[in-house]
Write a protein that binds this ligand. Structure first.
Ligand code: CAO
Length: 560
């Protein structure tokens, strides 16, 4: 038995890389080729295999530590004799590595297939701007038939130099292949699952940038500068592999694959389980995704599927809220929600999630309206009619809807067209002990304020007596939610889909209003108009509330 050091193999660059995972611990018996640690640079993840079978004596590095070729990473007790000092393989390491007979500084085989940054670092020639070139796979350490696991570009994409085109994965390494120069992707020549080797074509690229006089390109092909990109004969350019020697530019890459930090084993596991690694949160160093993260993600998905199916609300792609046992904090009581509560919760949530809401606030001077209402109220009381501000509001809204028909429309679910309604039915939110209901005043534009007041009275009584029929609550084209009898200065009501707008009314207050000469006490009514911004733009909403406010300020306009 001898103790041998395991060294960092030739990684294709002299640059330091981080130790991100240590797969073994002292006392572990490892097989030859078994991964003992994982190294990662900005662009490549490399698993370092043990060059021999044996028992781990000591781990000489820590997670997060930077290491370079030749650094000692572990001490192993091994019975193997005559172990080759250096791996054959990947790059130039084999020829350079001395064979150690003392076996005190064995070099781990560089079976990483890491693309060598020493090779083909530049395209053979600098083609002219607009010229179409074929970008190929660079030297990937002599590996053949390496799997394409991600293609992160598509025709039409404008690539910066060094931007990742594809991600390759062998048994032991994952590597991103960057585009050697900026340009526009004309055609992608490979797909996920293809097997590639050095020189396999990746894509056709219309080269961007200032035309170059690159002599090599010009010598090989006729100058392409005057030709259109399409007629330019394709040239070949080889991408420099993004191995451990990532250039600074590569740090700025924002392609999806660049966001996924995971080793080959994790990627394999994800593929087996059908997990999109882009959705998994990595808990390893530099947010690297570990096997446990993939397992945790799968577990969470399975759990959330169960709770979503039993939830009252439809899925929105958001993760569901977790259930909390409040009894752990103090005494509690559970009260079952009414059917109306549950229905309105689902409807409100659906509208809130699906409709981009904006709320426009305004005030209407209702001093004269209120004086008139009071003057008429007593006489109407004898006829059992309660003339409320809300009855005037409904009438003023009906008139405004005729003037602004978009507010009386619905958006087709496919978003292709608007449905303009030639009727004006206004829903009134009524607060009942059982929850919120919205009965509808039909043809409000054709009714007098007194008729509207009578309808409202009848409907709110029916609502509170739980006697509303489904027909009483259907077909509204616009809604009003009045909290004015209760209080508040403004609020943001939720659009009652399939309507596109809703008016919130808050409590009127006497305020000092300047008329250009003096401040006068005026009764001001706060208005909050929420609308579906897909259908109504802000200017139109401001015009609507201004118009409505004018109707309320001088109710003679309602007669026009
Ligand atoms: N400013 C000041 N006072 C107001 C007012 C306003 N904007 N609106 C109503 N009032 C007054 C009324 O004049 C009335 O006073 P009097 O009793 O002295 O005449 C008092 O407030 C109560 O009014 P009301 O509620 O009986 O009548 P209404 O026409 O204003 O409203 C109804 C009817 C059914 C809409 C109302 O009772 C109701 O249920 N409102 C709640 C709606 C709701 O919950 N909306 C929220 C939906 S989103 O969760």
């Amino acid at each position: 038995m001898t103790v041998k050091d395991v060294l960092v193999p030739d990684l294709g660059s002299g640059d330091a890389v981080d130790v991100i995972e240590i797969a073994v611990k002292p006392g572990d018996r490892v097989e030859k080729e078994q991964t003992i640690l994982v190294l990662e640079s900005d662009k490549a993840t490399v698993e370092v295999p043990s060059p021999f079978a044996g028992v781990v004596q000591e781990i000489l590095v820590k997670i997060g530590q930077s290491v370079k070729q030749g650094d000692k990473v572990a001490a192993m007790e091994t019975a193997e004799a005559g172990v080759p000092a250096a791996a054959p393989a990947a790059n130039k390491a084999d020829s350079a590595a001395p064979k150690s007979s003392s076996a005190q500084s064995e070099k781990a085989p560089a079976k990483t297939e890491t693309p060598s940054a020493k090779t083909t670092a530049q395209p053979a020639a600098k083609p002219a701007s607009g010229q179409v070139i074929t970008v190929t796979i660079p030297d990937i350490g002599g590996s053949e038939g390496v799997d394409v696991i991600e293609v992160v570009v598509k025709p039409g994409d404008v690539l910066a130099a060094e931007q990742t085109m594809v991600v390759l994965e062998s048994d032991k390494a994952t590597m991103e292949v960057p585009c050697p120069q900026a340009g526009t992707v004309q055609k992608v020549l490979l797909k996920v699952g293809d097997k590639v080797s050095m020189s396999t074509p990746v894509l056709e690229l219309a080269v961007a940038g200032v035309a170059t006089t690159a002599p090599l390109a010009a010598a090989e092909k006729p100058a392409a500068a005057e030709k259109s990109a399409k007629s330019t004969p394709a040239e070949t350019s080889t991408a420099a592999p993004k191995a451990v020697a990532a250039t600074p530019a590569a740090h700025e890459t924002t392609t999806p694959s660049a966001k996924v930090h995971a080793g080959p084993a994790v990627r394999k596991l994800a593929r087996e389980l059908g997990v999109d690694l882009g959705r998994v949160t990595g808990t390893g160093p530099r947010s690297r995704i570990m096997k446990e993260d993939v397992h945790a993600y799968v577990k969470q998905q399975l759990t959330s599927k169960t709770s979503v199916s039993t939830a009252a609300v439809s899925g929105s792609g958001l993760s569901p809220l977790p259930e909390i046992d409040f009894s752990q904090f103090g005494p509690i009581e559970k009260v079952e929600l009414s059917r109306i509560n549950k229905l309105s919760a689902a409807n409100l949530h659906r509208a809130w999630v699906n409709i981009p809401h904006v709320t426009q606030f305004d005030e209407a001077d209702i001093t004269d309206l209120e004086a008139f209402r009071k003057s008429e109220s007593d006489a109407l009381k004898d006829q059992d009619v309660k003339l409320t501000i809300l009855a005037f509001m409904v009438k003023a809204c009906a008139k405004s809807l005729l003037a602004f028909p978009r507010f009386n429309s619905s958006l087709h679910v496919g978003g292709e067209h608007l449905v303009f309604k030639k009727y004006v039915h206004i829903g009134i939110a009524v607060d009942t002990p059982n929850g919120l209901v919205v009965p509808v005043i039909r043809d409000a534009d054709k009714k007098s304020v007194i008729e509207i007041a009578k309808d409202m009275q009848a409907l709110s009584q029916k609502a509170r007596a739980k006697k509303l029929s489904p027909g009483d609550m259907q077909g509204a084209t616009f809604s009003i939610s009045s909290l004015g009898g209760i209080g508040g200065t403004a609020f943001t009501p939720i659009v009652n889909w399939p309507e596109v707008a809703i008016l919130g009314v808050s409590k009127s207050q006497i305020k000092p209003v300047y008329n250009g000469k003096e401040f006068l006490p005026r009764l001001m009514l706060p208005l909050s108009l929420s609308y579906d911004h897909r259908v109504i733009d802000g200017a139109e909403a401001a015009r609507f509330t201004t118009y409505l406010s004018k109707q309320l300020t001088d109710i003679r306009r309602l007669l026009l």
